[in-house]
Design a protein around this ligand. Sequence first.
Ligand SMILES: N[C@@H](CCC(=O)N[C@@H](CS)C(=O)NCC(=O)O)C(=O)O
Length: 270
Amino acid sequence: MPRLKLTVLSLRYSSWSMRPWLALTHAGATFSKETVELEHMQKQADFSKGTIDLTKIKPTPLSDRRTLGSVQGLFPVLRVDGVPIHESLAICEYVAETFPDAGLWPGDALDRAQARAISCEMVSGFATMRAELACHLYGRVPGFAPSAKTRSDIARVFELWSECLERSGGPFLFGRFSIADAMYFPVLTRLRTYGIPLAESVGDYARALDDLPAVQKLLEVASSEPRTAIYDDYLRALGGDPTRHSPPGSLIGVRHQFPCNGKSVTWRFQ
Ligand SMILES: N[C@@H](CCC(=O)N[C@@H](CS)C(=O)NCC(=O)O)C(=O)O
């Protein structure tokens, strides 16, 4: 079996890192994990006057990111005997093929195509929701009012979850746990962080995800992961508590502005 090393940003916040970590852990893979920190994310964001402008923070240069193990600047990266795979979905694909007994894709061709379709939709879509509801496994923000675009992203997530669950009969989107569930797990944590109620039709699905041993292990492992100042500051700016430890995106090259709880927030990476 090849030597597997997953390089991630802090699992407290990094939704893209959580996904392959969950796939590897659920598959029972033996792998090492290295958590790296990007210098620019540790700068205190200035949110005086109710505005966080992350564009004023100079991003960590690509050369530094590469020294830390990135390929094109982002994380996670899985190294297989030293050979890097970047892009979380490609990593999950590799895990599915290397550990076929874990059944990380549905056995039926049509189900498999649909599982891939909604996984790709996660990768390429929901930009507003991902930026506005920044991922924070433990933090909580009371009384958060999502923007209209985020509400429509959330409605689409509930729609696709409900359709998959109805067709498969649950408890996971395609019956047993698959990569599609790993891709959507961070959405569940986002909804919790910002106090957004779940549609009734997906309550059992949320419980199934919570009870999954790999998810329980993630909650345990992430509690000793490093804190990241800009993500904690974002929650504080919204009146939330980033330190609360209770079980329960970045936008690349896009400047995103939206009203949050009456505050104007600019949220942008790179
Ligand atoms: N499409 C990539 C996205 C990876 C990504 O955006 N990773 C974030 C962490 S969650 C990152 O490395 N951010 C660094 C930065 O924004 O400077 C994937 O699926 O792996």
